[in-house]
Design a protein around this ligand. Structure first.
Ligand code: HOZ
Length: 432
């Protein structure tokens, strides 16, 4: 059993954390509240595995929420960080590795004609919105229910990820004026997008979208939906912002924009590009990015932006991400999805296993959701039982029905087999 036990190191650490941090954690999803289990505390990872402070090993499908695409403690990434650290941690001045990583990203995602590094995806999205408002002279921003773009004030309405997990409609502390600048629409609803533009002509600065929703669980875009966003924004003079913090360098080197052949005006990135170190980036059309200070009047800055260790880790990670390895990752993820479907079917448990490339979610509902309201119409209790049983079986899943699983290139047949074997038992329990 993985339940916290009196006298274990885990229990002692959780108690100390609860005395220090709100909810005992530094990011809400880590509290495991929606799955009714004590949180786990991890201290080590290697390849596809992580170990908790009491020495239990798990097959890890959280993958640091994306950055561990090579598995944990990849030697090339760890060595690059050590080499960089020996030369000094941070200078508050330009470092050559910023240019190197920027060039690698530009080559993989040519729509980022110019870019800027930040320290998190939240900052990247916040800054991209500022550029969009400055460029268009408009205030309104369209987002989609169930999408999560970091904890940017104006984008927390009907957000996914931890906001959906906690079943709260938005966040307290966001002013009405800020919330009022956001129009929230259902994902995959082209008619709703047209109607919003029709009702607000020349007023919408941008549409910001996760091109594949990964924060309500995985929701695929309907054929033609992303194209509709591109056409509508273009004809209205609004900008299209792809939030590729999750899909960037996961759906392939070129992210969702390459996979769906759509060129957004601006893109936000994070996670994988920093190899597991804190990072974000935003970029896009040169004329837009030239609005950013000191080239232009849009102010945005960061003492730790372009941090040498994040740049070194990102460069080392991206160097490993070859098309062949993406092919293997996708094939393994497809095998995992097939195994999970077979296990659920054998247990008589009605689930939809949704996979887009190497991203996957098991929804406890019979059909794949097309939007956040359908995703929310999942059996949370069944998920909690499934999660607990998997954890007891040594398989660590994202502790929320509204998050994606993040397979890595270190996961292979053994980890897939172990996961499917545990799922056979867990689906039986989930059904009861
Ligand atoms: N937003 C992350 C991916 N959905 C989850 C991690 C977190 O919120 O801490």
């Amino acid at each position: 059993m993985t339940t916290a036990v009196a006298g274990s190191r885990l229990t002692e650490i959780v108690e100390r954390a609860e005395a220090l941090f709100p909810g005992g954690v530094n990011s809400p999803v880590r509290a495991f509240r929606s799955v009714g289990r004590p949180p786990i505390v991890l201290e080590r990872g290697l390849g596809p595995h992580v170990w908790d402070v009491d020495g239990r090993r798990y097959v890890d499908w959280i993958g640091a929420w994306g950055p561990a695409i090579l598995g944990h403690a990849h030697p090339a990434v760890a060595a690059a960080i050590s080499r960089a650290a020996e030369k000094g941690l941070s200078f508050g001045a330009t470092h050559p590795s910023e240019i190197e990583l920027g060039e690698v990203i530009h080559a993989a995602m040519p729509s980022l004609e110019r870019l800027r590094f930040t320290s998190s995806g939240t900052e990247a999205v916040m800054s991209a919105l500022r550029v969009a408002r400055a460029a268009t002279g408009r205030d309104l921003v369209v987002k989609f229910a169930g999408a999560y773009h970091g904890h940017v004030d104006s984008l927390l309405a009907e957000a996914g990820s931890g906001v959906a997990t906690q079943a709260i409609p938005g966040s307290a502390g966001v002013s009405a004026a800020v919330a009022g600048s956001t129009i929230v629409l259902p994902f995959n609803d082209a008619a709703a997008v047209s109607a919003a533009f029709g009702a607000n002509p020349d007023q919408i600065a941008a549409v910001v979208v996760e091109p594949v929703v990964a924060n309500s669980g995985v929701i695929a875009p309907r054929a033609g939906f992303l194209e509709h966003l591109r056409e509508t924004t273009l004809s209205d003079g609004a900008l299209l912002i792809f939030d590729e913090v999750i899909t960037g360098f996961r759906l392939g080197r070129g992210g969702a924009q390459e996979r769906f052949a759509i060129r957004p005006d601006l893109t936000t990135l994070g996670k994988i590009i920093g190899g597991g170190m804190p990072i974000g980036a935003y970029g896009g059309r040169a004329d837009l990015m030239e609005l950013v200070a000191p080239a232009g009047p849009v102010y945005q800055a960061g003492t730790l932006a372009g941090h040498p260790l994040a740049m070194a880790a990102g460069l080392a990670m991206l160097a490993e991400l070859t098309p062949e390895r993406y092919g293997e990752l996708e094939a393994h993820t497809a095998e995992l999805a097939t195994g999970l479907i077979e296990a659920a079917t054998a247990a008589g448990c009605a689930v939809a296993v949704v996979r887009v490339g190497p991203l996957l979610t098991v929804f406890f509902r019979p059909t794949a959701p097309v939007d956040a309201s359908e995703a929310a119409d999942s059996d949370r209790n069944a998920f909690a039982r499934f999660f607990g049983s998997m954890l007891d079986g040594g398989i660590l899943l994202p502790p929320s029905p509204f998050e994606a699983w993040f397979p890595s290139m270190a996961h292979g047949p053994a980890e897939i087999e172990a996961t499917v074997a545990a799922a056979r038992i867990a689906f039986e329990l989930a059904r009861s």
